[in-house]
Ligand binder design. Structure first.
Ligand code: UD1
Length: 430
């Protein structure tokens, strides 16, 4: 029964160091197996999803040497199987990047179809459309996606929806295809650019990542490199919200402020102060915050992965706020939990209508997924009394040492395992 227990009410202050981006790291690990030479990845976040993907590539034969929690050496020369079974894929959706990486390198891959996910149905039809356009046969058999090609040949691919995963997957598969591939309506997220940058350092020829047209000239082979993962935009945004909601003053370090613009501008709109430095941002909370409207959109729009944290902040803003979720269909499940802390939020379809309240009150709540879980922790930091958050395994998929980082900012939070731990915590914080 691992939980976080939080005694809310402390304004956060001090400095916090942001880890490497989980979503970039996952794609970079898949890209790394495409060469027979060694790829060293630094600034790796030490989180569960990353560790599970490293196990998956080890399981198919790649050599994985963890030099320290934040640095790994990967060598794909020793891979002996192109089949990734359900045992691995069920734990982590992004193992679908192994489809693009294995298909690109070996012209075949067999990866279990990712299961459902609790933020709504998440089809991968665009990934498969891309592989087919490159000349691969794609079948779904016995729960596995089986893809094979005599050889991959570059093509013109137009995505019907903007998808981060499909853009990266097709980029991986096309990097060593014969001829040129153009991806249109590509996702522009920072981690798409990060993957293109690493592939280019490995010898690929990819231009336009970060715009909606990506042009890839296939190369014969890829080589080893050293690469450092970009900072995690969503982890940074989560600490920005934590500073804002506790009326704190926090310097968030090791970030790329440009990646945080959508978040910074919403915080400014509700009355907080955001100062930008070269590789840091400072957030200073406001005594009273104002309501606003937010709509999630692909980058550079407001990220869907920050929607729950933003809603948690708006629930304490004066007036009526409206949050529209336009990426995933079922991403307001945490709202009931927040209601147990006193929030006034009504969800209609993909819109949440939020009436600001004065304060949260602590409650026992359950993390429904990764980002919503983190958002509920943030709510607990501002709540009167004690909040316990269950199912923190979701949070630990993507946040490195969240309790420790928050404690260093003055929060009263602990990871507990038993009633005894809870009593001990309560005695300590009184
Ligand atoms: C990635 C992120 C996730 C983030 C999301 C949106 C990783 C590992 N995960 O997920 O944290 O919330 O981007 O920023 O990087 N879609 C289709 N067909 C497809 C693919 C996607 O219809 O083949 C739809 C999805 O249902 C969704 C939208 O496109 O509505 C965007 O999804 P996508 O960008 O692909 O998300 P992921 O890559 O799965």
């Amino acid at each position: 029964m691992e939980q976080f227990i939080i005694k809310g009410g402390n304004a956060l202050s001090g400095e916090v160091e942001i880890s490497g981006a989980k979503n970039a790291a996952l794609a970079l690990i898949a890209a790394a197996i495409m060469t027979d030479e060694t790829v060293t990845i630094e600034n790796l976040p030490d989180v569960r999803d990353v560790n599970v993907l490293l196990e998956s590539i080890e399981q198919i034969g790649a050599t994985v040497e963890r030099l320290n929690p934040h640095c790994v050496k990967i060598n794909g020369k020793t891979i002996k199987s192109t089949v990734v079974d359900y045992e691995h894929i069920k734990k982590i959706r992004a193992s679908y990047y192994l489809l693009g990486a294995l298909l690109g390198k070996f012209n075949e891959a067999e990866v279990a179809l990712p299961g459902g996910c609790n933020i709504g149905s998440r089809p991968i039809d665009q990934h498969l459309k891309g592989f087919k356009a490159l000349g691969a046969d794609v079948e779904v058999e016995y729960g596995m996606i089986v893809t094979k090609a005599d050889k991959l040949v570059g093509n013109h691919i137009y995505f019907d929806v903007v998808s981060v995963g499909a853009t990266i997957n097709v980029m991986l598969a096309a990097a060593m295809a014969d001829g040129n591939t153009n991806i249109e309506n590509a996702a522009k997220e920072p981690h798409v650019v990060d993957v293109a940058n690493m592939l280019n350092k490995m010898g690929a020829n990819i231009k336009g990542a970060g715009t909606d047209v990506i042009r890839i000239k296939g190369v014969k082979k890829l080589k080893g490199t050293d690469y450092s993962v970009i900072p995690d935009q969503i982890e940074a945004g989560t600490y920005m919200m934590a500073a804002a909601i506790t009326k704190g003053n926090v310097l968030i370090k090791n970030v790329i402020p440009k990646h945080l613009e959508a978040i910074s501008s919403k915080l400014t709109e509700i009355g907080c102060k955001v100062e930008e430095y070269d590789d840091a941002v400072r957030v200073i909370g406001a005594e009273k915050t104002k309501s606003t409207h937010v709509k999630t959109l692909p980058y550079p729009g407001f990220p869907t992965d920050m929607q729950p944290q933003m809603t948690v902040a708006l629930a304490l803003a004066e007036g009526t706020s409206v949050v529209t979720e336009s990426i995933f269909e079922n991403r307001f499940k945490y709202v009931d939990e927040l209601g147990r802390m006193g929030a006034h939020i009504k969800v209609e379809g993909n819109t949440a209508i939020i009436e600001g309240i004065e304060r949260y009150t602590g409650a026992s709540i359950i993390a429904p997924d990764l980002r919503a879980g983190a958002a509920l922790v943030v709510a607990g930091l501002a709540a009167e009394g004690y909040t316990t958050v269950e199912d923190i395994k979701y949070i630990e998929r993507g946040y490195e040492r969240m309790d420790e980082k928050l404690r260093s900012l003055g929060a009263q939070i602990e990871r507990v395992n038993s009633e005894k731990d809870i009593t001990k915590f309560k005695l300590k914080v009184v």
